[in-house]
Design a protein around this ligand. Structure first.
Ligand code: TA6
Length: 296
């Protein structure tokens, strides 16, 4: 598999392939600034994003499973066609557990390094979700940013409703010195109180307990303030109106087999997509959205 990937898609040192965790094939994107990203065709899962100084900006669990039908814990799980348990499918749908096809790699004259993956319906997916579909993810690595673009198409003659989310796990120095900015004044659904609607009053979200909230119709610019490491990550999104903020805290961390008991101290999820209300895609229709992650 890795030889095939190299033959068709390697681009010098900019786009390389090697065996990752548990021998899973992974693509490595290297920008000439020193920035890098790692993407597994399994789930089109971006598992690492490092800046030019080699600092890891995402969280990835040391105990993540790397098994054919399981999601990777950390980085950016691609959530499609269902978010959480907001429908009849297994939690968070099936796209993150499937092998996606690498369809393109590029090293642009301006320096960006790209990889694009595609997932389409299969006999297995049709059993779970009786719709033909096509979803593509394109990762674009630049010196100080990582753009993740999503395209979803409906090739069938009937519409389907879907949710899509980039369930991004950010690494932080210390959760008690972490803040999420940009959501003040939004009425969120508290998933820990059966979706009770609550007004987000403070200027920033801070963490001293489990947080699991859906913020609908949010501003496109958000910030994760990692005060312990004096780092700011900016999220700049297009056509991804909703945001989920999640930290499992102590009890849930203990219940997650692929997540360290103390890992809640060094991560926060800020997830972007179409989540609060599924979007209907007409026959022949197309959805496009993106989130650009950049260091502030
Ligand atoms: O991010 C929100 C959430 O739905 C949480 O409720 C929690 O379940 C998390 O996703 C992780 O879900 P997973 O299925 O990956 O364990």
């Amino acid at each position: 598999m890795i030889d095939q990937l190299r033959k068709r898609f390697q681009i010098g040192e900019a786009v390389a392939f090697e065996a990752g965790r548990a021998g899973f094939p992974k693509g490595i994107l290297r920008h000439n600034s020193g920035a890098s990203a790692e993407i597994y065709p399994h789930g089109a899962h971006i598992a690492s994003w490092k800046n030019a100084e080699g600092d890891e900006l995402f969280y990835l669990s040391d105990t993540s499973l790397f098994e054919p039908t399981k999601p990777i814990r950390g980085g950016i799980p691609v959530i499609f066609p269902q978010f959480g348990n907001m429908g009849p499918l297994p939690a968070h749908g099936f796209a993150r557990n499937q092998p996606w096809e690498l369809i393109d790699t590029a090293h642009r004259p301006s320096g960006e390094v790209e990889a694009a993956f595609r997932l389409t319906d299969s006999p297995g997916s049709m059993i779970l979700w009786p719709h033909r579909f096509e979803i593509e993810l394109r990762a674009i690595l630049a010196e100080k940013s990582l753009a993740v673009q999503i395209r979803i198409a409906n090739p069938a003659k009937t519409p389907f409703g879907f949710q899509i989310a980039l369930h991004t796990y950010f690494g932080v120095g210390e959760i008690a010195q972490t803040a999420v900015e940009g959501l003040q004044g939004i009425r969120y659904q508290d998933s820990l109180q059966d979706g009770l609607e609550v007004l987000e009053a403070p200027p920033a979200i801070r963490f001293d307990r489990e947080v699991d909230r859906i913020y609908p119709a949010t501003p496109d610019l958000l910030r994760v303030q990692d005060e312990a490491r004096k780092r700011t990550i900016i999220l700049d999104k297009v056509n991804m109106p909703d945001v989920v903020v999640w930290n499992p805290w102590i009890d849930k961390s203990r219940r997650l087999a692929d997540f360290g008991d103390q890992d809640y101290l060094r991560m926060v999820c800020v997830e972007t997509g179409v989540i609060a209300t599924p979007l209907e895609l007409a026959p022949g229709g197309e959805y496009r959205g993106q989130t650009v992650f950049r260091e502030g």
